[in-house]
Design a protein around this ligand. Structure first.
Ligand code: SAH
Length: 201
């Protein structure tokens, strides 16, 4: 698929113009190996090494839309992988803190983001299921790996007032996107559409 075809197909499913512009602005081929560059605009996950995949553009767009980001937002990205999803998020907010379990992927993501001219993403290597207490609270938290049975407590705790968290959760064998919002009187959780991600480890 060509880049324009992918963007046209996304615009049929995603209505948020800022999200569409962010996807249009990020060169996905930079985030995959040169061998896969020709497939960079397929609307599919692609292998990035270590048994992991770069997220599918439609899913990245949908999750960004669900996060309802503002330009001043501080965002946590859990499961940064190639850095692609973080790059899209970075165009919709003030700063992204990325956490990736695999140190090699984390290092490569940081390099790729710099090469893409993106300077408002900081990538850490570690267990993102614990969040990143030293930079909390966050206005938005994006999780790109599936949590088992429930939303990790640490992530909900690190959501600021009015904050949104979008995370795939496996509930009884079926993975769904879950959105959590911290409102004045507590957390509101919505179970949304089915999705498929690699497991949160
Ligand atoms: N958002 C990425 C997709 C990454 S796939 C992109 O756009 O390329 C999911 C990633 O989550 C993998 O890289 C995996 O190593 C990472 N991961 C799994 N469990 C994790 C955890 N507990 N903490 C941080 N990263 C984790």
């Amino acid at each position: 698929m060509a880049r324009e075809d992918l963007l046209r197909s996304l615009s049929r499913r995603i209505s948020d113009e800022r999200v569409l512009a962010a996807l249009a602005a990020v060169p996905r081929e930079l985030f995959v190996s040169p061998a896969l560059a020709a497939a960079a605009y397929e609307d599919a996950p692609l292998r990035i090494g270590g048994g992991q995949t770069i997220s599918q553009p439609t899913v990245v767009a949908r999750m960004c839309e669900l996060l309802e980001l503002s330009p001043s937002d501080r965002v946590l990205d859990v499961g940064t992988g190639s850095g692609y999803h973080a790059a899209v998020l970075s165009r919709l907010c003030d700063h992204v803190w990325g956490v990736e379990l695999d140190p090699q992927l984390a290092m490569r993501a940081a390099r790729t983001l710099t090469r893409a001219g993106i300077h408002n993403v900081t990538v850490f290597s570690g267990d993102g299921a614990q969040g990143l207490a030293e930079h909390a609270p966050f206005d938005a938290i994006n999780v790109a790996a599936t949590a088992r049975d429930r939303v990790p407590d640490a992530l909900e705790e690190q959501l600021g007032e009015g904050g949104r968290l979008v995370v795939p959760v496996a509930l009884g064998g079926n993975e769904h996107l879950v959105r959590v919002r911290r409102e004045a009187d507590g957390l509101v959780r919505e179970v949304l559409e089915p999705v498929r991600f690699v497991p949160l480890r």
